[in-house]
Design a protein around this ligand. Structure first.
Ligand SMILES: *[C@@H]1O[C@H](CO)[C@@H](O)[C@H](O)[C@H]1NC(C)=O
Length: 387
């Protein structure tokens, strides 16, 4: 009798769970999306989103396998629940050409959303061709923009061939990315992996990025950022900056970048600021346990940042850089100057720490370069310290 009662209870529980799950799961195909890679599924995706976002209990959106053409989509909150989940098996495909829009997929004003899987193909080839031909082209689109959002998890997302940045995190907090893969050709222009700006508590772990620009860049107002276990390259490395583009700018604080492997990148660990007046700052950055494989500028602080060196500003950067630690950085430099600390004459860098650095250059002596910088060096020091 007790056993029968137990099984009955289990049966009731199972049917209760399946009913609640069935009522709270929205499959984009049921809203008219076709996985044929040709029919615009934007309306169907937005209808599924509206249903899930309007649900007062945690709702699930399902994107099955196949290619879904999505012309453009803004997944906007605030939603009626903070426990939404999105399971994406298939690929979202941008239109093959390019348009004037600067964002392709956007998540805005959303709190509490977990996205599992998903492949976003920005199909940037036509746009890059336009840029490379130096025709007059539109600005370009970021594949995935997260703005004004809180507590999002993206697990196992794959971003390929974005027109411009693959992902941008703006005015948000509590954004966690794990197991992301970002891929674009090394000669594709400005195809940064992830750009963070005016955001805090951003965590990026266990991810691989091969792009035509920075793997990860942290702009003004990036605070409490944790980056760990990343493979970067080809690309331009992991950067704080560029900063100091504006006279009034939020500072960058409490950044940790650890366990990163750079392969064939232009830079490794970098801080870059324009040589212009600005009230911005960089304070409290830890770069540690990095491996450099044939990296052009493994360690670089550049306060004269001016790509292309045309119409460069001057004479000096207002950005104050302090408390920056490079610990356990080893491997090979592709140029002789493996450590370059070029700070502002009006705002010298202070509290720079170098510890256990071993960067070699072919069969020659590697060198370090210091300008307007105060700090300390300890442990193994190859190249020998200029501090
Ligand atoms: C620095 O940021 C990390 C998250 O990346 C956070 O855990 C830690 O509490 C922050 N430290 C301070 C002093 O705010």
């Amino acid at each position: 009798m007790a056993q029968t009662f137990g099984s009955l209870l289990a049966l009731l529980l199972i049917s209760y769970l399946s009913i609640t799950m069935a009522t709270a799961a929205y499959n984009v195909v049921d809203f008219g999306a076709k996985p044929d890679g040709r029919t615009d599924a934007a309306k169907a995706f937005l209808a599924a989103w509206a249903a899930a976002c309007g649900s007062n209990q945690p709702a699930t959106i399902i994107v099955p396998s196949g290619g879904f053409l999505v012309s453009q989509a803004l997944f906007s909150g605030p939603c009626s629940n903070t426990g939404m989940r999105m399971f994406i098996k298939g690929t979202l495909m941008a239109p093959a050409g390019y348009s004037d829009s600067t964002q392709w997929i956007t998540i805005k004003y959303v709190e509490g959303l977990s996205i599992y899987g998903g492949r976003l193909d920005g199909r940037g080839q036509a746009f890059w061709a336009c840029k490379n031909a130096r025709r007059s082209c539109p600005y370009g689109a970021t594949s995935l923009t997260i703005g004004q959002s809180k507590n999002l998890l993206l697990s196992g997302i794959r971003l390929v061939n974005s027109e411009l940045f693959h992902m941008s995190i703006f005015a948000s907090s509590g954004i966690t990315l794990q197991g992301a893969t970002i891929t674009a050709p090394d000669d594709s222009p400005n195809t940064d992996g992830i750009h963070i700006q005016m955001s805090s508590f951003v965590t990026i772990t266990g991810s691989t990025m091969r792009t035509g620009d920075d793997c990860i860049s942290m702009g003004p107002g990036s605070t409490d950022v944790w980056i760990e276990n990343i493979k970067c390259g080809p690309g331009h490395g992991i950067s704080v900056g560029s900063l100091g583009g504006e006279a009034q700018e939020a500072g960058v604080q409490n950044i940790t970048v650890r366990a990163v492997e750079f392969t064939g990148t232009q830079n490794g660990l970098r801080i870059k600021t324009w040589a212009k007046p600005s009230n911005g700052f960089v304070k409290g950055v830890t770069f540690e346990h990095a491996v450099m494989k044939n990296v052009q500028n493994p360690i670089v602080v550049d306060q004269n940042y001016c790509p292309g060196t045309v119409n460069c500003p001057g004479p000096s950067s207002g950005i104050k850089i302090s408390q920056v630690k490079f610990n356990d950085v080893h491997g090979t430099s592709a140029t002789q100057v493996a450590v370059k600390l070029d700070c502002s004459p009006s705002n010298p860098c202070t509290g720079i720490e170098l510890q256990d650095i071993k960067l070699t250059y072919q069969n020659e002596r590697s060198l370090s370069y210091c300008k307007n910088v105060k700090g300390t060096a300890s442990g193994v020091m190859i190249p020998s310290s200029c501090l």
